[in-house]
Design a protein around this ligand. Structure first.
Ligand code: NI
Length: 182
């Protein structure tokens, strides 16, 4: 396994559309190695998730895991989840504001509105279909990661930039400030 280089805001790869992974390539050694490397990279940098375009690969793959993450001490846990070709369909118009950060936008936080519940269709790393509903924090994380597969970052989803905060200032002034219901 290897720790991959993470593209930062400004690298054009973050603004491109990733391509779906063909079903017969999901179990290929190349895809499996990429997934393993993405998991290792996410863990190395304490990401809550990582999408393939962030490691310069334009494929619709993302990995998610939250387990006592020092970058997100208040976040609920999410077991390791690999999503391939994810498609989200919000279950209602209801949105909620919450803090987000991104390994491609280092040392920043911003308040981002996201749908509170969404349908999720995807494949796992074995090529099995995932069909389900995601709520609250997990719904937020998959919206963030799926955006990366379509050339978007969380800054594009912010209603305004007044909450965009350097992490050191966030820890001083915003830690524990409640999320606002929309
Ligand atoms: Ni991100």
């Amino acid at each position: 396994m290897a720790i991959l280089k993470v593209a930062r805001l400004g690298h054009p790869v973050l603004r491109q559309n990733a391509l779906p992974v063909p079903a017969d390539e999901i179990r290929s050694p190349e895809t499996q190695r990429l997934i393993d490397d993405m998991v290792e990279t996410m863990r190395e940098y304490n990401g809550a998730g990582l999408a393939a375009p962030q490691v310069h690969v334009l494929k619709q793959i993302c990995v998610i895991e939250v387990n006592k993450n020092p970058r997100y001490p208040e976040a609920p846990g999410i077991p390791l989840t690999v999503l391939i070709n994810p498609v989200l369909s919000p279950l209602s118009e209801e949105m909620e504001d919450g803090w987000e950060g991104c390994l491609s936008v280092p040392d920043m936080r911003g308040m981002v509105p996201r749908y509170t519940a969404t349908r999720l269709d995807a494949y796992d790393r074995e090529g099995r279909r995932i069909e389900g509903e995601a709520k609250e924090f997990f719904a937020r994380v998959i919206q963030h990661e799926t955006d990366h597969l379509h050339g978007m970052v969380y800054l594009d989803r912010m209603r305004d930039l007044s909450t965009l905060t350097h992490l050191a200032e966030w820890n001083k002034h915003w830690l524990g400030v409640q999320e606002q219901d929309d």
